[in-house]
Write a protein that binds this ligand. Sequence first.
Ligand code: PEP
Ligand code: MN
Length: 266
Amino acid sequence: MQATPSTSKTLVDELWEKRPLIISGPCSAESEEQVVETAIRLKKTGKVDMLRAGIWKPRTRPGSFEGVGTIGLPWLQKAKAATGLPIAVEVAMPKQVEDSLTFGVDVLWIGARTTVNPFSVQDVADALRGADVPVLIKNPINPDIELWTGAVERIAKAGIKKIGLIHRGFSSYGNTEYRNAPMWHLAIEMRRRFPDVLFINDPSHISGRRDLLLPVGQKAADLDFDGLILESHIDPDNAWSDAKQQVTPERMGEILNSYVWRHQKA
Ligand code: PEP
Ligand code: MN
């Protein structure tokens, strides 16, 4: 496998200022064809700035699909080469950080099941020391914004300059309208604490279902979030993870077109 350094630093720098910043792509990378085709079809919508795909999947229960692993990173490189879309990947362990940087991943994100554990966040932070890569930090699965704040502080102390927050809602027991309750007031409090940090909403993991992507994303736009991260898949019903909340790239284009944003910046 050939490692190539990132070529789109300048593009990511520009995108960091774009409003809204839109990230989309499959919950999980499943095959090279799936990743590249998703990217090409997302790019065609003209609405998506960056491609996301999970390579290592922190599943709640063992025995379900846990991600393709490092083998998927060259697929993302190909998707980027085909579309120009920078790529974003979830990292939870030092080796995943190293592999992602080796393969030129443009943006890293820390998932909700990692933010919850200060040891894990510190391990990731230590692996990031000296790296010049933007990092997005999802809220922890439980509604504890001190943990979320601590994760931001650990990553900042590691010298990461471009940090963003992703609000993906908070888990609770039993059936609720949302897969993860948004508890918007907690997001608003985090924004108050970190007014200059990129602030992104994740309607897919809040909703857990397609029909809520519109109202949740619009609520985020109304609250003046800086952007959205949304899951999309070429065959949503047969996605290997999070099938119920994914939509085709074309449907994603329609959804993105229907949001009304208070502020826009190219
Ligand atoms: C994901 O983005 O696919 C994911 C696992 O999200 P979260 O960490 O928000 O559950
Ligand atoms: Mn997912």
